[in-house]
Design a protein around this ligand. Structure first.
Ligand SMILES: Cc1ncc(COP(=O)(O)O)c(C=O)c1O
Length: 573
């Protein structure tokens, strides 16, 4: 042993040797006679030495031997014998559902249980289970998932960006190739796959600023524009900025959100430890804002939080309403009085299709209010996912920071810098949305045809949807004027409510679940968005194709009638 300079250790259970061996990844074996370790060592022709004190190994000057009493050795050998390669300290689960960051513990699935069940049903069908329907149709706001075709010029341009050889291909329109070349020139290395700076390519931010200027009639500043991976990241960074560390027993920062609300807001409130201040949209007044109610809501919350921001969603999700100019102006004034940053989620600004019901941006209304409002702070959100473009998966979007100092904007940059840069394809999509083909461009005609066809189809489907819903017993629905959704109220019979409670479900969740299991149509229950106590709703999207929508609504109407008959309140009972 001395000649071969082997290291060996006693196996005293309390010895430091084992720990040290573990740290140094030294292999070791128990030496129990029946040990599997011995067999393995024999197979591998490994020599081993007994621990007998008279062993020839002991006098070896190069070994470290910590003598252990025989009892300790015995206990140890018995305990480890069946795990010959096990170290003294077994690997432990460090991160459990109880020790994981509390932010993760607080997180919840914003899509809800009905949606989870919908995916289970899809899986069951894929495994061959028979259902009373052929297809599961989940009603979410993803136009291409419903078969809506992408806008041609946008995809052609992306094709040129990804395969620059198409830049010389005569099949691609000239204006498309020019747009692609212009974007590529702005990238490092004439390559769409390069990183960009944190806020995105300056050229594209300029495109966005020009789009905003055209839209509002007031110049926008390129330095106010941050390109984001979809609207979701704009929400994340915007709301994150409103949080505080709350040192010295300060109150939580409060955020006013409309109810019903796009569920992402609730989950970000949980994530950033904000205090939710719900304000209810007025359903009977076409889901408009009621400033008196908003004032009551903030006054009630003030003892519990320090209100810092207000979220407005226009056009609305899930409500499908477009706010009037006056309503927006009132909200801006309310924010001034209450010292709130306004977070305007305007991702559906291009998804307006009813003549005479235009979209007004918060920024335009703000600028119309005059220079007195120059210091007003507004964050305005847009996305490539919605509208007739519907490019959900490309992850394009922007956040405009209006009225924020350069110091704050550079703090946004610092905060976002670890993410390196946004998706370049998403950035390019945003550029193309902001710079569509113009009259005289080769791709203009097709672009206008495609855009008009999609918006006209939305208009027809919105009307059919509103009419169908209003024809159902106990259901009322405001006209769908924008965004992609109808959010009807349903007055459920008492028996249905009781049955839902027996099943531990919210009544509208129960209704949606039953509808899904019977027809394959998957609406989202009102409970996911929040609603006034004692009222029930569900959300449908107008996105299914016109061929599919009529038979789908027939199935829905038939189910509804059967459901209402089954749970009819029987006055005689
Ligand atoms: C109101 C609203 N805001 C923001 C988003 C975020 O969309 P995306 O992250 O796809 O841009 C959505 C998506 O449905 C939405 O409905």
């Amino acid at each position: 042993m001395a000649q071969r300079n082997l290291e060996w250790y006693s196996v005293h259970t309390y010895g430091v040797a084992l720990r040290e061996m573990a740290q140094r990844n030294v292999e070791w074996y128990s030496v129990h006679k029946n040990s599997v370790a011995l067999c393995e060592m024999a197979q591998r022709n490994v020599e081993w030495h007994s621990l007998h004190t008279n062993s020839v190994a002991l006098p070896d000057p190069y070994t470290i031997f910590v003598f252990a009493d025989l009892f300790d050795i015995l206990v140890f050998l018995i305990s480890v014998d069946s795990h010959p390669l096990q170290m003294e300290t077994a690997a432990q689960e460090i991160l459990t559902d109880k020790t994981i960051n509390p932010v993760f513990q607080r997180a919840y699935n914003v899509r809800g249980w009905v949606n989870t069940r919908a995916y289970e049903i899809k899986h069951e069908m894929a495994l061959g289970e028979r259902k009373p329907f052929d297809e599961v149709v989940i009603h979410y706001g993803d136009p291409h998932a419903f078969g809506q075709s992408p806008i041609t010029f946008l995809r052609q341009c992306l094709a040129c960006l990804l395969c620059p050889q198409f830049l010389n291909d005569p099949q691609f329109p000239k204006d498309v190739k020019e747009k692609a070349r212009r974007i590529l020139k702005a990238t490092p290395g004439f390559a769409i796959s390069s990183y960009t700076n944190t806020f995105g390519l300056r050229l594209i931010r300029e495109d966005v600023a020009k789009y905003i200027s055209r839209r509002d009639g007031y110049p926008a500043d390129v330095d106010d524009v941050i390109l984001t991976n979809g609207g979701a990241i704009g929400i994340q960074i915007g709301l994150a900025s409103l949080g505080t560390d709350m040192p010295n027993g300060k109150l939580k920062p409060g955020l006013m959100i409309p109810i019903p609300v796009f569920p992402q807001y609730k989950s970000r409130i949980v994530e950033f430890n904000l205090y939710e201040i719900p304000y209810y949209l007025e359903e009977e007044n076409n889901w408009s804002f009621n400033i008196g109610e908003m004032k009551k809501a903030i006054d009630k919350a003030r003892p519990h939080c320090e209100p810092r921001g207000l979220v407005l969603i226009n056009p609305g999700n899930p409500t499908g309403q477009i706010l009037s100019y006056d309503n927006i102006r009132e909200v801006i004034k309310f924010c001034v009085r209450e010292k709130l940053v306004l977070f305007a989620d305007e991702v559906y600004q291009e998804t307006v299709f009813i003549k005479g019901v235009p979209f007004h941006s918060c920024r335009k209304v703000l600028r119309d209010l005059g220079s007195e409002y120059n210091d007003f702070q507004l964050m305005s959100l847009n996305s490539a996912s919605k509208g007739f473009y519907g490019e959900c998966g490309l992850r394009g979007g922007y956040l405009e920071l209006v009225g924020f100092s350069n110091a704050v904007k550079s703090q946004f940059r610092d905060m976002m810098s670890p993410s390196v840069s946004g998706s370049t394809i998403g950035q390019a999509a945003m550029s193309l949305i902001c710079c569509p083909p113009q009259p005289g461009d080769e791709s203009y005609e097709i672009f206008i045809q495609e855009k008009t066809a999609i918006l006209e189809s939305y208009e027809r489907k919105a009307k059919i949807t509103t009419a169908m819903l209003n024809s159902l017993e106990g259901v009322t629905c405001n006209e769908v004027t924008g965004a992609l959704y109808a959010f009807p109220r349903i007055r459920l019979p008492q028996k249905a409510i009781e049955e839902a409670k027996r099943n531990n479900h919210n009544p509208d969740g129960f209704y949606c679940w039953q509808l899904m299991e019977t027809t394959g149509i998957v609406p989202t229950p009102g409970e996911n968005y929040g609603q006034k106590e004692g009222t029930y709703h569900f959300r449908l999207t107008i996105l299914p194709s016109e061929e599919k929508i009529a038979p789908m609504y027939e199935r829905l109407s038939k189910f509804h009638k059967e459901f209402m008959d089954k749970y009819k309140d029987n006055k005689e009972n």
